[in-house]
Design a protein around this ligand. Structure first.
Ligand code: MD3
Ligand code: FE
Length: 219
C-alpha cells in the first residue's frame, strides 16, 4: 500500500515524486526527508573534526558559502587554484571518513535516477547563511564526467539557478527544499549552475541556514 501513500503525498503536498529538470537531471522531491535527522547528525560529526570554513578563490575572493568535506577526497580552493585534496590543510589531517548513512543515501538516489553502483569518493558540504550565494559555474574538477553528481538540500529553501552549457545561456530557476535530492549526469553534468542569495528564515532542524551536500566521484 506504500504507493497509495506516496501518491497521496504527491497530490496534496508535493513532498515526494520525481521530475526531470532537463535531459539527464532528475529532481527527487523529498528523497532525503525520512532520514533528515540522521543525515544532519552525520554532518555534525564531520564538522566536529573538520569545521566549516570560508575558502578563497584563485582570484582572491572569499566565498560567502562556508564549506567542509568528508570522504577520501575533499574539494578545496585557495590562491593556488581549485582541486581535490586528501588532506584538510586547516588540520593537516585527512578529511573525516564519509558516514555510512551519507554514502548509502547517495547510492540509493543515484540508483533511483538510473545510475547503478555510484560510489562517491568525495562529499562537499556547503553551508549557506542568509545572503550567501554561489555564482554560475561548472563542476569540472573531477576526472570522469561520465560519473553523476548527487546533491542533497537541507534546511532553508534556496533558488537554484540552472543554466546551459555556455555561461551566457539563460538560467532557469527552481526552488530546492529541505529533503530534495538532485542527480546530475550525462549531458546535464557540465551545465552551468548556481544558487541565488539565500533569504532570511528559520528551519526547525538547521536554524538560520541551508546545508547542501554534493557527492562526487572525483578520482
Ligand atoms: C549541476 N552546489 O557545490 S547543488 C557545488 O546548492 C554546487 O550548494 C550548489 O554547485 C549548492 O558545486 C548546487 C546542485 C548541483 C550540484 C552539482 C552540479 C547541480 C549541478 C553539477 C553539474 C550540474
Ligand atoms: Fe557546482
Amino acid at each position: 500500500m506504500q504507493y497509495l501513500f506516496d501518491d497521496f503525498e504527491d497530490d496534496t503536498h508535493r513532498r515526494t515524486g520525481s521530475e526531470a529538470l532537463c535531459a539527464d537531471a532528475v529532481l527527487l522531491r523529498g528523497f532525503a526527508s525520512a532520514e533528515d535527522k540522521a543525515v544532519l547528525d552525520a554532518v555534525k560529526r564531520v564538522v566536529a573534526d573538520a569545521p566549516f570554513r570560508r575558502m578563497t578563490t584563485p582570484g582572491g575572493f572569499r566565498m560567502s558559502v562556508a564549506m567542509t568535506n568528508c570522504g577520501p577526497l575533499g574539494w578545496v580552493t585557495d590562491r593556488r587554484g581549485y582541486r581535490y585534496a586528501a588532506v584538510d590543510s586547516d588540520s593537516g589531517k585527512p578529511w573525516p571518513a564519509m558516514p555510512q548513512v551519507l554514502q548509502s543515501l547517495a547510492g540509493r538516489a543515484a540508483e533511483a535516477a538510473g545510475f547503478a553502483d555510484f560510489v562517491p569518493d568525495a562529499c562537499l558540504i556547503n553551508r549557506y547563511e542568509p545572503g550567501a550565494r554561489m555564482s554560475l559555474h561548472q563542476d569540472k574538477d573531477e576526472q570522469d564526467f561520465g560519473q553523476p553528481i548527487v546533491s542533497v538540500s537541507l534546511g532553508l529553501p534556496a533558488v537554484f539557478l540552472f543554466g546551459g552549457l555556455r555561461r551566457e545561456d539563460k538560467a532557469l530557476r527552481v526552488q530546492l527544499l529541505h529533503g530534495d535530492v538532485v542527480v546530475w549526469g550525462g549531458t546535464a553534468r557540465l551545465r552551468y549552475h548556481g544558487i541565488a542569495p539565500l533569504k532570511n528564515g528559520s528551519h526547525p532542524l538547521t536554524d538560520d541556514c541551508r546545508i547542501n551536500l554534493t557527492f562526487r566521484k572525483a578520482a
